[in-house]
Design a protein around this ligand. Structure first.
Ligand code: NAD
Length: 256
């Protein structure tokens, strides 16, 4: 699929980090971007700069997602791309100094990272299914890109909820791609390593330096635009489907 002014893209978590970088890169390529985030102030700032549509949306809230997609269906045309970047990464031990992790904490991470991604994906797929194929020969209608993490494979202490949520995103990639194949919609997942977004740059400098030194090459935090670059490649390459791509400088997180 071409990544240009013939298509529109929905991006969740577009108020910061990799979602914001994807919005900027796709906008620069001419794509019409629709930016969703639960932080309306942050996403409206990005949207104002790009002249894009910003919508307040909490991906873990069914009614909020419903209402965002009702606006999209009314105001946006030709949505062929959906990028799920909204996510949270709180670290908490199952049994820590303050006792047992409240069950609600675990559920909240699953609600946002896993169920939120699924909910956005089903709405996006439904919207795309109503469009004509871009190309009669291939039948391609659209592409959905989800965001997992290397923690899906090598979760650290304190990441039971986060790893479970991202493992779910990895696991649903192939069945979603198989199911949506008949509609000409591809599904891909990116599993980033350690990327220098506010999720990571909020950590103390020495923690960031230690994380960076554990990456074989390049020995630095990943850059959000490197994620956005992969998003663009996935959009443009029709053979990428049903897979999870690690974007991690060969890091394999070790137990601590
Ligand atoms: N930064 C990393 O090193 C890293 C590594 C692996 C995976 N990831 C994943 O990449 C994705 C993007 O993370 P980032 O690093 O850009 O983080 P970020 O914190 O910079 O951006 C995340 C955005 O998601 C939004 N968000 C959070 N919960 C939401 C909700 N319920 N509904 C709507 N929006 C919500 C936030 O407001 C924020 O704007 C996340 O899913 C994260 O788990 C990040």
């Amino acid at each position: 699929m071409k990544c240009d002014n013939t298509v529109s893209a929905i991006i969740t978590g577009a108020g910061s980090g990799m979602g914001e970088a994807s919005a900027r890169l796709l906008h620069a390529a001419g794509v019409t971007t629709i930016l969703l985030d639960r932080n309306l102030e942050a996403v409206a700032k990005v949207a104002d700069e790009l002249g894009a549509l910003a919508l307040s949306c909490d991906v873990s809230d069914e009614a909020s997602v419903e209402s965002a997609f009702a606006s999209i269906a009314k105001d946006a045309n030709n949505v062929r791309v959906c990028i799920n970047c909204a996510g949270v990464a709180p670290a908490k031990r199952m049994v820590g100094r303050q006792g047992m992790m409240p069950l609600g904490d675990f559920k909240q991470v699953i609600d946002i990272n896993l169920i939120g991604s699924f909910n956005i994906m089903r709405h996006a797929a439904s919207l795309m299914s109503e469009l004509s194929p871009l190309d009669e020969e291939t039948g391609e209608r659209g592409v959905i890109i989800n965001t997992a993490s290397v923690a899906a494979f090598e979760g650290q202490v304190g990441q039971t909820a986060y790893s479970a949520s991202k493992g779910g995103v990895v696991a649903m990639t192939l069945p979603a791609a198989r199911e949506l194949a008949s509609l000409g919609i591809r599904v891909m997942t990116i599993a980033p390593g350690i990327i220098g977004t506010p999720m990571i740059t909020a950590m103390p400098d020495e923690v960031q330096a230690s994380l960076a030194s554990s990456i074989p090459f390049p020995k630095r935090l990943g850059k959000p635009h490197e994620y956005a670059h992969l998003v663009k490649s996935i959009i443009e390459n029709p053979l990428l489907n049903g897979s999870v791509i690690r974007l991690d400088g060969a890091i394999r997180m070790q137990p601590k």
